[in-house]
Design a protein around this ligand. Structure first.
Ligand SMILES: [Zn+2]
Length: 328
């Protein structure tokens, strides 16, 4: 009798507890495997600021890029647009389109790849600037949400990941890619960027005429200019579609706007140049190369009620937003 009871108990246990538990475990295992396939990607990062190698989960890395690239006080839709652009840019890099650091997928130098700041450093920097610990955490959560809400989303053109370049502010109009860089991309066209605000409008950079000439002579040993008629020997010859300097003649040199921007460390190649007394003053509009998405422009669009996808499709002409998993 006791034996029989034991058998009944075992059968009941088997039917109601053990078998369901095994089934659940089996499905959980499958779920975990799927998760590994879609989310488990890690990225190898060269941390230039701390001179060390990092390895992180891919989407966590994107959070650190958004935190480094865009103020958390920007609109949520702008942060989401930034997340999608950064994700697209990152995957292109991971596919091996740079030879600057072949043993790493990407680096933390914004001039080479894109900006990056760890959660720890970001929270500390906010708190150092007077933001409370609680508000700093809320800022980080806002960034996390923007990345999570767009998880896996990337930009494509004709089914291929785009070169999702972005920059700070255009000064009113973005650039055709070939007007600043070399290659012409159909989705990197000059478009209006009307809501950037005044942060990078009419920024003056003044250097002495002596330094101006020394910098030119150092870079171009054959540089010559009539020093009694400097103003008459500086002439902007042409402008890009985006309204920035395309070609400028200084003495015997014919330079591009980009060359002058880099030579004098200007915020933008959208500049005017003026000699007053013994000083040269550049007045720039915009911040960055001007190709692709304007971050301040994205924030302006978001303030005016545009969603992240509308913002992205404005700056990346003819592109589409798809889930990266559909491309594999
Ligand atoms: Zn790099």
């Amino acid at each position: 009798m006791r034996k029989k009871l034991g058998l009944y108990v075992f059968i009941i246990l088997l039917i109601f507890i053990i078998i369901p538990a095994l089934i659940v475990k089996c499905f959980q295992h499958t779920d975990t495997e799927n998760e590994d396939n879609s989310e488990g990607t890690t990225i190898k990062i060269l941390d230039v600021q701390h001179n060390k190698a990092l390895e992180m989960e891919f989407e966590d890395y994107i959070k650190c890029v958004v935190a480094g690239e865009m103020p958390a006080t920007f609109e949520e839709e702008a942060l989401k647009a930034q997340a999608v652009a950064a994700r697209t840019f990152t995957i292109r890099r991971m596919q091996g389109t740079t030879s600057a650091h072949p043993q790493y997928d990407i680096c933390t130098d914004y001039k080479c790849c894109q900006a990056f700041i760890s959660k720890e450093d970001r929270l500390k920097a906010w708190q150092d600037s007077g933001v409370s610990a609680a508000d700093s955490l809320l800022r980080w959560q806002k960034i996390e949400k923007a990345v999570d809400d767009t998880k896996g989303k990337v930009l494509v053109y004709s089914g291929e990941l785009i070169s999702a370049l972005y920059f700070s502010a255009s000064g009113g109009k973005t650039e055709n890619s070939e007007d600043y860089f070399v290659s012409a991309y159909p989705y990197l066209r000059s478009v209006d960027s009307p809501y950037e605000g005044t942060t990078y409008k009419n920024i003056e950079t003044t250097i002495t005429l002596k330094d101006f000439l020394t910098i030119l002579k150092t870079k171009y040993p054959d540089f010559k200019i009539d020093q009694s008629k400097v103003a008459q020997n500086i002439k902007i010859n042409s402008y890009t579609t985006g309204g920035k300097v395309k070609e400028i003649v200084i003495g015997n040199k014919n330079l591009s706007g980009r060359e002058v921007r880099e030579l004098f460390d200007l915020r933008s190649s959208g500049f005017t140049i003026k000699l007053s007394g013994s000083n040269i003053t550049f007045t720039t509009n915009g911040n960055g190369h001007g190709v692709g998405m304007s971050q301040y422009g994205a924030n302006g669009y978001a303030k005016n009620g545009y969603t992240f996808d509308e913002i992205l499709l404005h700056y990346y002409l003819g592109a589409e937003i798809v889930d990266y998993s559909t491309l594999k």
